[in-house]
Ligand binder design. Sequence first.
Ligand SMILES: [Zn+2]
Length: 106
Amino acid sequence: MRVLKGDLVEVITGEDRGKKASVLRILPRKDKIVVEGINQVYKHLRRDRKNPQGGRLQKEAAIPMSNVLPVCPKCDHGVRVGYLAKEDGKKVRVCRTCKTEVGKPF
Ligand SMILES: [Zn+2]
């Protein structure tokens, strides 16, 4: 897993390119993720008893996981990461440029 829930990521392609935000949800089977405030779409709500006015709701739609990179705290932008096994068996992601740990161990 290159990107985990809660990670700060940078969008590297599309309309939201250059924006940084945190990952809300991972859809592993589709290789997609939902990122806070990114790729907002309006969902139109049908008029019904609960919602007599109808209306619309702004919501994030999933984007391909390959459209983002995890943000390195030192480089301060999205970076390619490598993996490193820690002594306790957990793995960490490290920035390929400066070797700083990126995000939480997993
Ligand atoms: Zn870095």
